[in-house]
Design a protein around this ligand. Structure first.
Ligand code: C5P
Length: 227
């Protein structure tokens, strides 16, 4: 199933303890966001890539897009204060298409097989998101005192990509904006409309580069893939 991918890339380096956008940090000499873009550049089903960027970082990002031959990048939108604003800016810019994938530019290790399953499920179901089963025991606590041990058989850690039909995600994003609803992922915007969302099992390697320890893990993943 062909799709357009929207990549929010307008975040900061706060939790990474970096003095710049963490996506510009390099792993083995290449910026993190370039690894992410390469996955989509190499996927024949990806028709177009759109990026949400900060205005002041746009020319640096464009230079890298050129340098690494990322010819599927078709446009840029200006990112907003929240991730949801950045995604909405992109959604307002892209031409209508069948399926839209939203993927954090900070997740460079997404598997192509997961992407194609998500695009197919979104086409069939309307909405499909990547996730992995929770590995640890999960407890709810109040001031550190356990209130409940949650049955983890029903728990998933949700990632991106999150895939939708164009109609559904543009409607859901507009509706959230009008209602002042802020979600932590795109699926929440669709869930609040009462629409079903299918989870597609992803891999634990699809980690979001967030804190400094993720860079160590990221390098280890890249090294293991080189062998
Ligand atoms: O901060 P966090 O890692 O959760 O952000 C997830 C993704 O959303 C990153 O790729 C980041 O660049 C992007 N983002 C954005 N605009 C914001 C905040 C985050 O595009 N205002």
């Amino acid at each position: 199933m062909n799709y357009t991918v929207v990549l929010p890339a307008a975040g900061s380096g706060k939790r990474m303890k970096a003095d710049k956008n963490k996506l510009l940090l390099e792993l083995f000499g290449k910026p993190i966001f370039v690894y992410t873009l390469e996955v989509f550049q190499q996927d024949p089903s990806c028709e177009a890539i759109w990026l949400a960027v900060k205005e002041e970082e746009r020319s640096m990002i464009e230079q890298n897009v050129k340098k690494y031959g990322l010819t599927k990048v078709q446009g840029y939108a200006t990112g907003g204060a929240e991730r949801q604003d950045s995604v909405r800016a992109c959604l307002e810019s892209i031409p209508p298409c069948d399926v839209v994938l939203v993927h954090d530019a900070a997740r460079p290790f997404i598997e192509p097989l997961v992407i194609s399953r998500l695009a197919a499920e979104a086409h069939a179901m309307g909405a499909a998101i990547a996730g992995v089963p929770v590995k640890d025991t999960i407890k709810k606590a109040d001031n550190g005192i356990i209130m409940e041990t949650v049955d983890r058989d029903q728990l998933w850690m949700i990632q991106t990509p999150q895939a939708f039909t164009y109609e559904l995600i543009t409607h859901a994003a507009q509706s959230a904006f009008e209602d002042g609803f802020l979600g932590t992922d795109e699926a929440m915007l669709v869930e609040r409309l009462g629409q079903p969302v299918q989870i597609v099992e992803s891999t634990y390697e699809n980690v979001k580069m967030t804190t400094p320890d993720d860079l160590v893990y990221g390098k280890a993943i890249l090294e293991s893939r080189r062998q």
